[in-house]
Design a protein around this ligand. Structure first.
Ligand code: PHE
Length: 535
């Protein structure tokens, strides 16, 4: 490994650029295209951008600096890093890694959707009704719709004290049809993920030149295409028109902080793992700013492409823009195919669009897997091959239930719980741990010693006060909302609520169990010295 010469012999990134691209690649994902533009529109357009920038500088970038500091100083993935900070805290590092692991099981499923659509672009297989195509032919969700109807029916029968027929009770738990093409896409995605991290940083460092630069190039094409379409101006007006009054609403700020956390991939052990492979002399502060700002700009551009196209769709259909806006899977697999149908050279734009999504998603996916695999290597001394194949096979198997008809529904629930509850708990813990136990001033000095320009004392305030308070509000608001109002369109049924919490609890219990397993000698003997790596 290129780390030869370092006393620890840990593998290192081939260059600073490779590290930055890998971290940016992890941060830039579907969130930039299918989440950011919509949230921005929904929460006050241009005014939301202001809240977003504030969140980026008071929580996002400070957290990146924090995670880079943890990984670099301990030369460890999350579990090892936590153990070095305090021997009793290894479980917490595993919990962070576990949240990432759960996410990678379904992230690969979304990649499979994209791979299927890249294939369908060749023939524009979605035809004139992309919605029916998506639900019936691609994911087989039609049964789920029947299921929610069945549940609603069962609920109303129960409400009036009537007997509920057995088929109505059984239905919510049916898996729906197995979708073989989703399985093919899933298998391809996993092969691609494993190959991308085959020799750890050595492979990742090369792959990211393609998987980060290609989607950027394609995104530029879509921005130019998007903003020059007829009606684009109207769409962009919706996206960016500032409604400053919105800034007075706490919900807007919560949305901004949530989006920043999700988008920067903090809280999953990824940035800790990636920075543990940095060479000794690494400018952490500058890297964090570059990555944070790069991710935000990509999201902003994503919005231009999406809203330009939505304006066009409104123009074509004669509907107001607010009637055609969508986010999430609906935007990507229904609205966009419909827009693509109406572009000149639709096959080309179809392939480019889904290739962009695939290449956007792949580096997020393999960053999650690498964080888990590297943790296994740190703990048990496994080879790359063994770690990659073990993690990938388990994750592939866990993803299989999600490629049945009901898959998207459960995927959505797991996604919600992992990104809101799991991520919040991990980031909250990190802030308290470094802020109050380890002392953020000590970490600040550590990163400043490495960096060309220093972070001021404001950083301590961000880590000790602003971020934890933001998270407490976020969790509080989420819990209140979940108890007060139903979940999504279908209503969060109690078993789904229980299922979501069960996964969160499982991740943390799993963390405790993994921390108790015997590691290899070298990693077990690591003391609790905390930051033991001089700048
Ligand atoms: N940051 C990614 C995005 O914006 C999502 C992601 C979350 C990636 C968690 C890895 C881990 O889409």
């Amino acid at each position: 490994m290129s780390g030869a010469g370092e006393p620890t012999g840990r593998e290192h990134w081939a260059s600073r650029r490779a590290f930055i691209l890998a971290a940016i690649g992890s941060a830039i994902g579907l969130g930039n295209i299918w989440r950011f533009p919509y949230i921005c529109y929904e929460y006050g357009g241009g005014a939301f951008l202001l809240a977003f920038v504030v969140a980026l500088f008071t929580a996002g970038i400070p957290l990146l600096i924090l995670e880079f500091g943890i990984g670099h100083s301990t030369e460890g993935t999350a579990p090892k890093a936590m153990r070095k900070i305090h021997p009793k805290l290894e479980w917490f590092g595993w919990a962070a890694t576990g949240v990432g692991f759960v996410i990678c099981t379904y992230y690969a499923v979304i990649m499979s959707y994209c791979a299927n659509y890249a294939w369908h672009s060749l023939t524009l297989a979605w035809g004139s009704d992309p919605s029916a195509f998506f639900y019936n032919d691609v994911i087989g969700l039609t049964t789920v719709r029947a299921d929610s109807v069945a549940t609603a029916a069962a609920d109303s029968l129960r409400a009036i004290g009537a007997q509920v027929p057995a088929e109505l009770v059984a239905k919510p738990w049916s898996l729906g049809p197995f979708m073989p093409w989703l399985f093919v896409g899933l298998a391809i995605s996993w092969v691609w993920i494993v190959l991308s991290i085959w020799k750890g940083t050595k492979t990742v460092g090369k792959v990211v030149y393609v998987t980060v630069l290609v989607p950027w190039a394609i995104l530029i094409i879509f921005v130019v295409r998007g903003v020059t379409l007829p009606g684009a101006g109207e769409g962009l007006h919706f996206y960016l028109h500032p409604v400053f009054g919105e800034l007075l609403k706490p919900g807007v700020w919560l949305a901004a902080y949530t989006q920043v956390f999700f988008s920067l991939s903090v809280g999953f052990g990824i940035m800790i793992a990636y920075s543990s492979f940095l060479p000794r002399k690494s400018d952490i502060v500058k890297n964090a700013f570059l990555i944070g700002i790069g991710d935000a700009l990509t999201a902003f551009l994503g919005g231009l492409a999406v809203f330009g196209a939505l304006g066009y769709k409104a123009h074509l259909s004669g509907l107001p823009v607010e009637d055609v806006v969508q986010s999430g899977p609906g935007l990507t697999f229904i609205t966009y195919p419909d827009i693509i149908n109406n572009l000149p050279m639709p096959h080309l734009f179809g392939i480019l669009f889904f290739l962009m999504l695939l290449t956007l998603a792949i580096d997020s996916a393999f960053s999650l897997v690498e964080a888990v695999a590297a943790a296994a290597r740190d703990k048990w001394g496994w080879s790359h091959r063994r770690a990659n194949l073990t993690v990938a096979s388990i994750a592939l198997l866990l993803g299989v239930p999600l490629i049945f008809g009901v898959g998207l529904h459960w995927l959505d629930i797991v996604d919600r719980f992992m990104n809101q509850v799991g991520l919040s708990l991990v980031v909250f813990g990190e802030c308290l741990l470094i802020g109050y136990y380890f002392k953020s001033e000590r970490m600040r000095n550590y990163v400043n010693n490495l960096s060309d320009f220093s972070v001021g004392k404001w950083w301590n305030v961000c880590i000790m006060v602003i971020t934890p308070v933001a998270i407490l509000c976020l969790l509080g608001a989420e819990i209140v909302a979940r108890f007060k109002e139903p979940y999504g369109d279908a209503g969060l049924r109690s078993q789904e609520f229980v299922f979501g919490w069960l996964i969160v609890i499982l991740v943390f219990v799993g963390g405790l169990l993994l921390a108790r397993t015997r590691g290899r000698k070298e990693s077990q003997s690591v003391g609790s010295a905390g930051v033991d790596r001089g700048a």
